[in-house]
Design a protein around this ligand. Structure first.
Ligand SMILES: Nc1ncnc2c1ncn2[C@@H]1O[C@H](COP(=O)(O)OP(=O)(O)OP(=O)(O)O)[C@@H](O)[C@H]1O
Length: 245
């Protein structure tokens, strides 16, 4: 039996009376791609927020990395201990070059490393996501959306995470770009990392996920084999709003 790399135990986030995340528990195994689906507003991004403490921790519950609680750590320490994330919006430093964006992350992970080594790490991260070498010096704000998404992932990878949390990496992408994003996600996993993937593009989620969890109104309504989960009448009802048998 393999021990989980990341676990949530009774994790909740309340905003006043709203239970955005409502006592969610799950285990993610090493090198798994763990998909998370759910209708709009079901608490997916809030779950990433409370796992990473960016920008806030849970109301209650524990998040364990390799069996150790990480909720007592600052957001910065959580990132450095191996849990990195991306955001729904392409969060890049628009006026910095592409490689400088990634160097910001390298600098926080390896602050005392020689500059040549920092550059090497940044280039490694950019290469892993397939960011074009001839665009390393382009201002991040001027590159098309797919490249900005690549940059955001490369910046997270520069922290050398054990677990990478991807929040809707395929949103606003074309069909061919979604296929390229799929290859990036698989490559990240093949490089030894564990991926937790929030995605509305169900085709992508189904193709890459080893396990699928569905949230509805902050509550986990299904988890397990992706095909079985999408056939679950409770999941169908949550998505389509029709009564299940
Ligand atoms: N900072 C906040 N303050 C108050 N309510 C919030 C806050 N962040 C999220 N919420 C609420 O929590 C619920 C869950 O939001 P969340 O963004 O996590 O959903 P989601 O599943 O990621 O949605 P989507 O698929 O549309 O991105 C929503 O009702 C949202 O309005």
């Amino acid at each position: 039996m393999v021990d989980p790399i990341l676990s949530a135990r009774g994790v909740a986030k309340h905003f006043g009376g709203l239970k955005a995340v409502n006592d969610v528990s799950f285990d993610v195994l090493p090198q798994q791609i763990f998909g998370i689906a759910g209708p709009n507003g079901s608490g997916k991004s809030t779950l990433f927020n409370v796992i990473t403490k960016v920008p806030f921790g849970p109301t209650h519950g524990d998040v364990l990395l390799n069996g150790r609680p990480i909720q007592g750590l600052s957001a910065h320490r959580i990132a450095l201990s191996g849990v990195a994330r991306t955001f729904q919006r392409e969060n890049v430093f628009a006026s910095l070059s592409a490689i400088d964006n990634v160097l910001v992350a390298v600098e926080s992970y390896l602050p005392t490393a020689p500059f040549a080594e920092q550059i090497e790490r940044a280039e490694e991260a950019l290469n892993l996501v397939g960011f074009p070498a001839n665009m390393h010096n382009s201002p991040a704000g001027s590159v098309p959306i797919f490249y900005r998404k690549q940059l955001m992932i490369a910046s997270a990878l520069a922290l050398q995470p054990k677990v990478l949390l991807l929040d809707e990496p395929a949103s606003s992408l074309t069909g061919p770009e979604i296929e390229r994003m799929k290859q990036i996600i698989l490559r990240v996993r093949d490089n030894g990392m564990t991926v937790i993937l929030i995605e509305h593009v169900l085709g992508l989620l189904m193709e890459v996920s080893d396990q699928l969890m569905v949230l509805d109104q902050g509550t986990m309504i299904a988890s397990g084999d992706p095909v079985a989960v999408t056939r679950d009448p409770i999941v169908i009802e949550a998505y389509l709003g029709v009564a299940h048998e």
